[in-house]
Design a protein around this ligand. Structure first.
Ligand code: ZN
Ligand code: ZN
Length: 471
């Protein structure tokens, strides 16, 4: 018997946690944070209490209440007995938080399989993040009941990395990871050979990005496996077609930068290496220096060590690091003592402050994410441009943030432009991928509109959360 239980990613974009069982073997495909389900109850200052161990997360159904999955310390903290792990492995498709972050809660003896690039992105995130129960992916400090035990060393999780072409044997399963194109490097889909036949999982993917060949490879291999079932992402099944590509982002942004006589500010997600390359190219061509933050440097330095990604490191030509004002506001080294990722880089030769940018505005293209907009007060942009290279808001909460962002833009007289291409295939692309792979049954996840698939395919199973489906 082969069966699937969907503990997340149901009627929601992200939060994917899919349990696949074959005879005695149990694996999870992804174990992500559901931003939507978390956001229904929690926000910035109303958060799950860590003082309740794993309790608040279980009580609010942010993670499934099942046996043999969770960290002993968190269970004990919540007043439950420790449990023996019953899951053989967790396989991560890519490094986005909605697929990877809730690994934080898992028992340390459950091995985590992921691509090599995914592991290095998770390391970059860890380097720059404050430790919290929801982001202890690579290692964690046990949270015991007694304060005196807090000083014990961190527990390291077992990570096993794979590449395309590998075949991973776990119990009765053989898993074939195949690269796909998505808005983060090192994304994979999987062909899982079970005792009943192949089950395909797409992870997140697209055909309109910079590397469609990766997704085409996945489609071909998945098709060859003659799958009995396919779990597909459906983020943008409600959008028929979309002509934006990385090239259109490049064209739009380049025109703006070339036409500008002031400071250019770009906001994009640094996990998206294609987007970094787009803005880096534009900066070079327009004789501007690309200014990035210290958090961005954590990513870039790891990307640079992967030759396939072909990007410069944070000391690359035409790149400078923006030094934020902290503590005393005097840029004294001691101001950064609580920020290890900045402290470790203070001796870099290519560091600059807001003053230098303010004096020579047309020399720079700065990557400034919304959370750092208070730096606009020091940058004092004149005749500036702001390129929003992220998706447009698609829910109420994002809408409120977006309005606040627009207030800053207006206040500093910045010209607003949108230039983005999505990490997810629209309906046209999804249908093409599914038709090509031609699975026995189709399970849409990671979407708010699973019913739309029914218009195009007659083998669609609309999944329900926490319910087991026999394939
Ligand atoms: Zn996702
Ligand atoms: Zn993703």
């Amino acid at each position: 018997m082969v069966c699937l239980t969907f503990y997340g990613g149901v009627d929601e974009i992200g939060g994917s946690k899919i349990l696949l069982e074959d005879q005695d073997t149990k694996i999870f495909l992804d174990f992500g944070m559901g931003f939507g389900s978390r956001g229904r109850f929690f926000e910035e200052f109303l958060t799950p209490r860590t003082a309740n161990g794993i309790g608040d997360f279980l009580a609010m159904d942010l993670i499934p209440d099942i046996q043999g999955v969770y960290r002993t310390d968190l269970l004990t903290h919540y007043g439950r007995d420790p449990e023996k792990p019953e899951i053989d492995a967790v396989i991560l498709s890519h490094a986005h938080a909605d697929h990877a972050n809730y690994v934080s809660f898992l028992h340390e003896s459950i091995p985590i399989y992921c691509g090599e690039t995914t592991k290095s992105i998770l390391e970059a995130v860890e380097e720059q993040s404050r430790r919290g129960m929801e982001n202890e992916v690579l290692n964690f400090k046990k949270r015991p009941l007694y304060r005196k035990d807090y000083r014990k060393p961190a527990v390291k999780r077992i990570f096993k990395t794979f590449r395309t072409g590998d075949r991973i044997k776990i119990g009765s399963l053989e898993i074939e990871p195949v690269h796909v194109d998505h808005s983060v490097p090192g994304a994979y889909g999987f062909i899982i050979h079970t005792s009943k036949g192949a089950v395909v999982y797409t992870g997140d993917l697209r055909l309109h990005g910079s590397n469609p060949g990766l997704t085409l490879d996945f489609m071909e291999k998945a098709k060859e496996s003659k799958p009995i079932a396919m779990i597909t992402e459906g983020t943008r099944i409600n959008i028929e077609k979309d002509d934006s590509t990385e090239q259109t982002v490049y064209d739009t942004a380049r025109k703006i930068v070339n036409g500008s006589s002031g400071l250019v500010i770009a906001d994009f997600n640094f996990k998206d290496v294609d987007r970094f390359k787009t803005f880096y190219e534009i900066a070079k061509e327009s004789d501007r220096t690309l200014v990035i933050g210290f958090k961005h440097a954590c990513f870039l330095e790891r990307y640079a060590s992967d030759k396939k990604l072909d990007v410069p490191s944070s000391d690359g030509e035409n790149i400078m690091l923006f030094k934020p004002k902290l503590a005393t506001g005097t840029y004294d080294d001691a101001d950064y003592s609580n920020y290890q990722f900045i402290k470790d880089r203070l001796d870099y030769p290519n560091i600059l402050t807001a003053d230098e940018i303010k004096r020579n505005q047309k020399k720079y293209l700065i990557v400034l994410n919304f959370w750092y907009f208070n730096n606009l007060i020091d940058l004092k942009p004149e005749n500036g441009e702001y390129i929003h290279s992220l998706s447009e808001p698609f829910n109420e909460e994002m809408g409120i943030s977006f309005e606040r962002m627009k207030n800053w833009i207006d206040y500093f007289d910045l010209r607003f432009s949108q230039a983005h291409c999505s990490g997810h295939a629209p309906r046209y692309g999804l249908n093409k991928i599914i038709r090509e792979i031609n699975p026995g049954k189709l399970y849409p996840v990671h979407t708010e509109h699973p019913e739309i698939f029914r218009k195009y395919f007659d083998n669609v199973i609309i999944v329900k959360k926490n319910i087991r489906f026999d394939i």
